[in-house]
Design a protein around this ligand. Sequence first.
Ligand SMILES: [Fe+2]
Length: 134
Amino acid sequence: MVLIEWSEELELGIPEIDEQHKKLVEMLNEFYTELEEGHKREAIEHFLQNLEDYLNYHLDYEEKFMEEKGFPETENHKKVHQMFKKLYAEEKKRYMDGDPKALRELVAFTFSWLFSHIMKTDRKYAEYINNTKS
Ligand SMILES: [Fe+2]
């Protein structure tokens, strides 16, 4: 079952980064599929673990990429990533401490990250890079 479809709106035109963003869509779909199948505990554990590995890898990758390309707003973009990681860590701690609402917020947050961060914030470096490509 596919719940979130990859769309052109999410496409930045930078193949390796688009691949990584597709992975995030896949992860969310996997999570919902496992939930639907009734494996709630496994679904949550997988999702949290996958999301953490993903964030460590992907956000770092993007930051190095922007630096290499000399994107002038790299520092601001890094701050947005840091904010996301901080919120993620807080929500996760709340969930681990037994607050079931934290998980829903975490998932909702990942969704809004996916759609608004990729379409607005990531698009800025993509436009810069695509316009300065020789
Ligand atoms: Fe980003």
